[in-house]
Design a protein around this ligand. Structure first.
Ligand code: HEC
Length: 212
């Protein structure tokens, strides 16, 4: 009994000694052993790091002039009153007016726009009812020439206190939202749904559906 106890104590003491001797020389200020250093220190330039050889000393460079990101379509109308007037007059929905696009447009409008403009587009969104936001027009506002081009243009650049939706939505989505907004406008005016007046386009649907 006694001998085994002694043996245990010796075993434990030896183990502790070994552990101490292994760890005692370890310097916390220096990096540990690196078995494959190129896995830690990349040969290639690291994103957002500093490098003296690069312009401005940083890896984050601005894209070459004229660069277009994937999925982005250049928009040729300028963010000026003239640009808006031109877009209002000229821009036309390039997508087929069909159930799929209308349904998607409704979904997106309710996500992005309804908080201010209201689900019905009457300018009575939640933020307006809670008096957090003022001056939101009805989509049927008589003083405004709200056309397909105008709605799209306003989503691209925003308008005064309304922000731009160009980064949250892609081209196809903006046109889908525009379709729903036009339907809301006709409903507010007590007219037949705008989409129901687009029968020709509805029939063409199968060919031009995949714009994006
Ligand atoms: C934060 C609140 C807010 C949100 C969200 C918002 N809008 Fe607006 N919107 C406004 C305000 C405010 C105006 C009036 C701006 C002005 O005339 O100064 C406006 C104006 C408009 C107009 C009228 C443009 C014109 O030519 O007079 C349209 C169309 C429009 N918004 C569409 C949208 C669509 C589509 C969305 C969703 C993608 C949206 N808005 C999201 C606040 C908002």
């Amino acid at each position: 009994m006694k001998i085994t106890n002694m043996k245990n104590i010796v075993n434990i003491a030896v183990t502790i000694l070994i552990m101490l001797s292994v760890t005692s020389c370890f310097d916390k200020k220096k990096p540990n052993y690196r078995y494959m250093p190129n896995m830690y220190t990349s040969v290639a330039v690291e994103t957002y790091s500093e490098y003296e050889i690069l312009p401005n000393g940083q890896a984050a460079l601005t894209p070459v002039k004229g660069t277009i990101s994937r999925g982005w379509m250049p928009y040729e109308y300028e963010n000026t009153q003239e640009g808006k007037t031109l877009a209002t007059k000229e821009l036309k929905i390039p997508l087929a007016v069909n159930e799929e696009n209308l349904a998607k447009g409704k979904e997106l409008f309710n996500i992005y726009c309804a908080i201010c403009h209201g689900n019905k587009g009457d300018g009575q969104g939640t933020l307006v009812k809670r008096e957090k936001f003022l001056g939101i027009p009805s989509l049927a506002d008589k003083g405004r020439n709200i056309t397909e081009g105008d709605i799209y243009h306003v989503m691209m650049y925003g308008l005064n206190s309304m922000g731009s939706y160009a980064s949250q939505t892609n081209e196809k989505e903006r046109w889908q939202i525009t379709m729903h907004a036009l339907d809301l406008k006709s409903k507010l005016n007590g007219e037949p749904l705008w989409s129901s007046t687009q029968k020709d386009s509805m029939e063409k649907e199968t060919t031009s559906n995949e714009a994006n």
